[in-house]
Design a protein around this ligand. Sequence first.
Ligand code: ZN
Length: 177
Amino acid sequence: MTLPATESRSLPTNPDDAAKLGADEAAELYRETWDRQRGFPVDPAQIAIQKGIRVFRFPFEPGDHRSGWLNPDTLDQIKINSRNSLETQRNSLAHELGHWYSTKVQGRPLGSCNRDKTRVITTPDDAYADSFALALLMPEDVVRAARLLGYTPTAIALALAVSVESAANRPLSARLV
Ligand SMILES: [Zn+2]
C-alpha cells in the first residue's frame, strides 16, 4: 500500500535557499545520469530520455512567452519552444528537468512556473529550477577544474554550451582543496 502524498515536503520559501537546494539536487542527477566518458557539454535531452521523459520541440504560439513546459499531470512530457536559440532551449529543458526532479523524484508539489519576460524570479520553484539548470549544464567539478587550468569564461562557455555570462558567474561552493 502506498501512503498518500503529503504536503510535508515542500521547497524552502526563501528563494536563495530554494536555489541552493536546486544546485545540490542537479548535482545528484548529474552524477547519476551523466557518464563523463561522453564528454561535454552535458546534454539535458539525453538525461530526459534516460529518465523516460519525452521531449517535444516546436514553435510555441506567437505571444506565448514561455520557453518550456512540463506536463503537470503525467510528469513525463516536456515541451520546448523552438523559437528560442539552441542555448536557450538547452537551458529551458534543464529548467523543466528541475521542476520534474523536485516533483517526481523528491515528491514535492509542483509549484507555479511564473518567471516573467524580464526573467525576474517570482517563485521559489523557479529559483530552484533556474539554479538546477545552471548546475546541471555547468557541473561544479568541471567548472572548478577548468578555472584552475586557466580557462577563460568564454572558453568554458564554448565547452559547456552556455552563455559567457553564466560561465563567468557560476558560483562554486566553498571547499578546502
Ligand atoms: Zn519554471
